[in-house]
Ligand binder design. Structure first.
Ligand code: BDP
Length: 659
């Protein structure tokens, strides 16, 4: 049991069971045939009729299941809806549902539910912790790994319908004819599962692989180059999804290199894509080492461009304004552009959450942002409703997750990393699902249906997000990671030659007076980018939620917290709490041994040991370092440090950030 089967553990029907029911469809569409095939293989319950009803326009990608006189009928407007309905039925069967009076209608929350792979052409994966890339470029287009289809099936089973194959720090080579022919093979495999392929493109491609003198979006030759390239792409892949672009961000080229705006760049590509129905996903992850607070820069750059983007452009915005931290407020840009389609980008891979060593269930993090009220169009303007098309009509709504998938046998490195891939898909399908419901389903499909196991582990999973916040960065602390690889703590980190906004001190601002980033009106005024009442709530130290306190305020060490502890004592308390919680996870998991196969049990047990050690490392590093400013004792009720600060400063991990 190596975890390769993920949550897809259906058991084949016996010949007898197959005789007891019929499965029919009138559609020859390959995707409908795929749905039928899955049901032929695994469906045991009742007769099933699969129907495509073109008039059921309200169903779009969704489906309805209802009783008919012979059994159950699964209805969809398109073949892909039948496929989603088939997996739905199989999962329900696995979960032991009674189908005697079964009736349900499911319609996805977002139109485009997309994974972003940060996979390089040399098969390293930027911020990937599950081995090399799944895409064996050197073997394609001739040799085909069985995992391509397994991958597509797993995604389809949770409703994911699109994938960006390559890193946002894109090699121009991906658009060479040689690579496009490889991409085509993957697209052909994924199509049967309703998955469209997208590519990240490098804005300098016309110059680098096209041999043009520049890549200025207003240069006619450049436009011409893109027109031809896009034509070539669609000749190979008629249902190609579109491009994802990281431009003028962290050293990537972009339209600003030629004095043009993000809108100029995005629109030029969008115009060439338009005839084919392709999309441009344009990232808003932009910041420069200026005096301006990094957390404010995306808003400042993009809000003035509102109204200027074509309707097949969608601005892709990270959930938080800095960078996928354990906890951030939502990015103020959500809702701030009234006439621009916006999508959210989550990070499923745990760049800032202990890689694939720490058990951190991300649904609560995803939900926290999706459910945040931006107040952009009055009360109830949640990030979910801003991005899913409820409040603002968009051509296509979308949601992206940076994939945590690699070549490892179990796909995600940590067995519980699979839950984050699963949770992303489920929330993209239905953002109203609770984290508990998703954990519960996933545990039952993946590990065991024993009540005791599911109940215990679901609670552990739900708690795990707050736990990582506690031992890494409680109360709104952020980005105090070791330089570049972002695994361990380095609150002391400094490189005289490096960019200030890549240094931990830029974010924590610890000194003898206190700690935290003053983003109030008297500081960087990032609070000014939020709508009322949030602006006032965040600006005031007494009303600011304590879990974001040090995000918005520089707070004195003796500040009284709601618990009546001083800030310093509270900080110590949280770090210690995080450590205690991971130790509790270990105890809990050990008690689950009887429910889990030995291989997966041992693998998770070992990972929890690493997580426990790391939690202590985080606690000791941060408390001993911040203590040099607070100059106060660590409360005596708390476990004593076991490391020396100077020793920890010397730790160098052999981790490399592949760019
Ligand atoms: C940061 C990563 C970096 C990515 C960048 C991005 O550290 O590797 O290239 O985000 O999203 O989180 O573009």
């Amino acid at each position: 049991e190596d975890g390769r089967k993920l949550w897809l553990r259906y058991i084949k029907v016996s010949d007898q069971q197959a005789l007891n029911r019929t499965i029919k469809t009138t559609s020859n569409h390959p995707v409908a045939q795929q749905a039928k095939q899955e049901l032929d293989n695994y469906w045991k319950s009742t007769n099933l009729q699969l129907t495509i009803n073109r008039k059921a326009t309200n169903l779009k990608d969704g489906f309805r299941i209802q009783q008919n006189k012979n059994g159950l009928e699964l209805i969809a407007q398109h073949a892909v809806g039948l496929l989603y309905g088939a997996y739905h039925l199989l999962n329900e069967q696995e979960l032991g549902r009674d189908f005697s009076s079964y009736q349900i209608e499911e319609i996805p929350s977002f139109d485009i539910r997309i994974l972003n792979h940060w996979d390089n052409l040399d098969r390293t994966v930027e911020r990937g912790y599950a081995g090399y890339s799944l895409w064996k470029w050197e073997e394609l287009p001739i040799q085909i790994s069985p995992r391509y289809e397994e991958y597509a099936r797993a995604n389809a089973s949770i409703g994911i319908n699109a994938t960006v194959l390559n890193n946002v720090n894109a090699s121009p080579q991906i658009l060479s004819s040689e690579y496009l022919n490889k991409v085509k093979v993957l697209a052909d495999i994924f199509r049967k599962y309703g998955i469209k392929v997208y590519l990240s493109v490098n804005f300098s491609s016309p110059k680098v692989i096209g041999g043009l003198k520049d890549s200025d979006p207003l240069n006619k030759d450049v436009q011409h180059w893109w027109k031809h390239k896009i034509k070539e792409v669609y000749q190979l892949i008629p249902d190609f999804g579109g491009f994802l672009v990281k431009a003028n961000s962290e050293g990537q080229p972009g339209p600003q290199d030629y004095g043009r705006t993000h809108a100029d760049g995005a629109n030029m590509l969008a115009d060439e894509m338009k005839p084919y129905g392709g999309m441009i996903m344009w990232r808003a992850f932009v910041y420069n080492p200026t005096k301006e607070d990094r957390a404010k820069q995306a808003y400042q750059e993009f809000v003035p461009l509102d109204n200027q983007f074509r309707d097949n452009v969608i601005v892709q915005i990270k959930n938080g304004p800095v960078d996928f931290q354990p906890r951030e407020p939502f990015t103020s840009l959500f809702g701030a552009m009234k006439n621009t389609a916006q999508m959210i980008e989550f990070q499923i891979t745990q760049e800032y959450l202990g890689f694939s060593n720490h058990l951190v269930y991300l649904a609560p993090l995803f939900k926290e942002t999706l459910d945040s009220d931006t107040y952009a169009d009055g009360v109830g303007s949640t990030v979910a409703k801003i991005t899913d098309g409820t409040l603002r009509k968009v051509q296509k709504s979308a949601i992206a997750g940076v994939a945590n998938i690699g070549e490892d046998r179990n796909w995600t490195g940590h067995h519980f990393g699979q839950a984050n891939w699963y949770a992303f898909g489920r929330l993209a399908w239905n953002h109203q699902l609770s984290s508990e419901e998703i954990a519960d389903e996933w545990l039952r499909l993946t590990f065991s249906k024993e009540k005791e196991f599911v109940h215990t582990m679901s609670k552990l999973m739900i708690d795990s997000r707050e736990t990582v916040v506690n031992y890494m960065m409680p109360m709104g602390l952020h980005h105090i990671f070791a330089f570049d690889h972002h695994y361990g703590p380095e609150p002391w980190g400094d490189r005289p030659s490096g960019r200030a906004d890549w240094m931990p001190w830029y974010y924590h601002n610890a000194n003898v007076n206190g700690i935290g980033f003053n983003r109030t009106i008297s500081g960087s005024n990032a609070v000014g980018q939020y709508n009322e009442p949030l602006r006032t709530i965040y600006n005031n130290i007494d009303s600011c939620p304590e879990n974001l306190l040090l995000w918005f305020h520089h707070v004195s060490w003796n500040h009284k917290m709601k618990s009546q502890r001083t800030l310093w004592d509270e900080l110590c308390f949280y770090y210690d709490q995080g450590v205690q919680e991971v130790r509790e996870f270990q105890r809990t998991w050990d008690q689950m041994e009887k429910y889990v196969d030995a291989e997966r049990f041992n693998a998770v047990q070992s990972k929890l040991k690493i997580q426990s050690k790391d939690a202590v490392w985080w606690k000791d590093a941060c408390l001993l370092y911040f203590q040099t400013f607070s100059r106060q004792p660590i409360p005596y009720s708390i476990e004593r440090p076991i490391h020396e600060l100077e020793e920890m400063k010397k730790i160098k991990l052999p981790l490399k950030h592949h760019n």
